[in-house]
Design a binder for this molecule. Structure first.
Ligand code: URP
Ligand code: ZN
Ligand code: ZN
Length: 465
């Protein structure tokens, strides 16, 4: 199978030029001007920006959580991702208590097999660090291409681990070249505040945010970085939401420590006011960390522009409001609202419109934070994350003038609301290719479920400054 992409403007993290791209058996084999080779498919990219496909390193598909399962599985979730210009995801496989990492890894491989439309990889969530798990971390990193592990400093009884466990896991990555991804919120403080709020009869969704202060995220972020410094390894903070936590990352990086962090569109475009919506509507925005006061958004944009934040992922973890009633599990008790929100489809559109067009970042930084850095951070580069000879033919033909209105009535995510309902955005994918195959063509899905492949990742230090 060969594909020729003609007359596009290639935009990577570093370059911009007019070129044609020839893809042979899924891999870019030639980039040049005026290429006239015969190909099985010729795609016209005139007037489009040709960028590497988006890489979303934080998704939760088909995940048991909060007494239910996230609403998108690997079929619906990756179809939605593809429509939004994302061609690779890294999802989280969850270790079960009392087991090693292999049952979880195999379980998540089964969830994805025959369903995924785009390529996928896994991080492993570690809930307890037994000798078996410790041994499996090495095997995962060295043999399975699962080179990152998420630990939680919050959700006591479900995911939370103590500092000794975190420190031991960090030391493990020194040996096996893995990377620890940290959910940094102080679970003990939050748990106390939650119990106190419920005792006072404060049950509405907004109390989710009011019991998870920015200090609880800042403290945990600082502690996580300090632990990684003592272990002598890099650390990656996931879904960073506020200035308080960003300051800790900034301080560490100013000292030359290999501290990295991602934020997500919801923290750049939504805010605490969304919890004040009437009735139970605030439940749509119940996620952890919660949405913050609006002023934090400026700090996050600056963090992205100055490379104190290196990645924007989605933390896509959708739960329906009513059909089926998943968020409703928390009627009368905000602590029972399943935590998470949808976003796998809207990341590139939002970041182009609200990031590039709004003047916070330029198109090259856009490519860097949605594709190149995610690939370099998590061992996918240069196979993924750039447009180059030898890289996979994962491309987004991006129409900078395309106008869309984000809405549950038109999105492809299997969830009955869109957190950005009614928001108009300019800029979006016209054609999406995965390994040279057109998978989305002007809004029409062409990629078949099951074509997505598991990607084994490299270990080692992140290749991001
Ligand atoms: O609320 C969230 N973020 N749900 C997904 C689980 C997690 O902590 O990433
Ligand atoms: Zn988390
Ligand atoms: Zn998450």
């Amino acid at each position: 199978m060969t594909t020729l992409v003609k007359n596009g403007t290639v935009v990577t993290a570093s370059d911009r030029y007019e070129a044609d791209i020839f893809i042979d058996k899924g891999v870019v084999s030639l980039i040049g001007q005026g290429l006239n080779l015969p190909a099985d498919e010729v795609v016209d990219a005139s007037g489009k920006l040709v960028m590497p496909g988006g890489i979303d390193v934080h998704t939760h598909l088909d995940m048991p959580f909060g007494g239910t399962n996230s609403a998108d599985d690997f079929e619906t979730g990756t179809i939605a991702a593809a429509h939004g210009g994302t061609t690779t995801i890294i999802d989280f496989a969850i270790q079960n208590f009392g087991e090693g990492l292999y049952p979880a890894f195999e379980g998540w491989m089964k969830k994805a097999e025959g369903k995924a439309v785009i390529d996928y990889a896994f991080h492993m969530i570690v809930r307890e660090l037994t000798d078996q798990v410790s041994h499996d971390m090495d095997k995962m990193a060295r043999h399975e291409g699962v080179t990152s592990f998420k630990l939680f400093m919050a959700y006591p009884g479900v995911f939370q681990v103590d500092d000794a466990t975190i420190f031991r896991a960090l030391l493990k990555t020194k040996e096996n070249g893995g990377l620890i991804c940290m959910h940094a919120e102080n679970g003990g403080v939050i748990d106390t505040l939650v119990k106190d709020a419920l005792r006072k009869g404060h049950t509405a969704p907004k109390y989710h945010a009011l019991t998870r202060p920015t200090r609880a995220e800042g403290e945990a972020t600082g502690r996580a970085i300090a632990l990684s410094e003592m272990a002598g390894v890099p650390i990656y903070i996931v879904h960073l939401s506020c200035s308080d936590a960003l300051e800790k990352v900034k301080q560490a990086r100013d000292q030359g420590l290999p501290a990295y962090a991602e934020t997500c569109p919801q923290y750049l475009f939504l805010s605490y006011e969304d919890y004040e919506r009437p009735g139970f509507e605030g439940a749509k925005y119940v996620m952890s960390p919660p949405l913050r006061e609006k002023w934090n958004q400026d700090a996050l944009w600056k963090g992205l522009a100055k490379n104190d934040l290196q990645v924007v992922s989605t933390d896509h973890c959708p739960f329906c409001m009513n059909e089926p009633p998943q968020k409703q599990l928390g009627q009368g008790d905000f602590s029972k609202i399943p935590n998470g929100a949808p976003g796998i489809e809207t990341r590139l559109m939002l970041l182009w419109d609200g990031g590039v067009r709004a003047g916070h970042i330029d198109p090259h930084r856009f490519v860097e934070i949605v594709s190149t850095n995610p690939a370099k951070m998590f061992g996918l580069w240069p196979k993924k994350g750039t447009v180059a000879v030898g890289s996979d033919g994962d491309l987004v033909l991006f129409d900078a003038d395309k106008r869309s209105v984000l809405s549950a009535s038109t999105h492809h995510m299997r969830v009955d609301y869109n957190p950005y309902e009614g928001r108009e955005v300019t800029g979006g994918p016209a054609v999406v290719l995965s390994r040279g195959e057109v998978i989305v063509d002007h809004g029409t899905l062409r990629g078949k479920p099951g074509r997505g492949q598991f990607v084994k990742r490299q270990g080692g230090r992140p290749l991001v400054p």
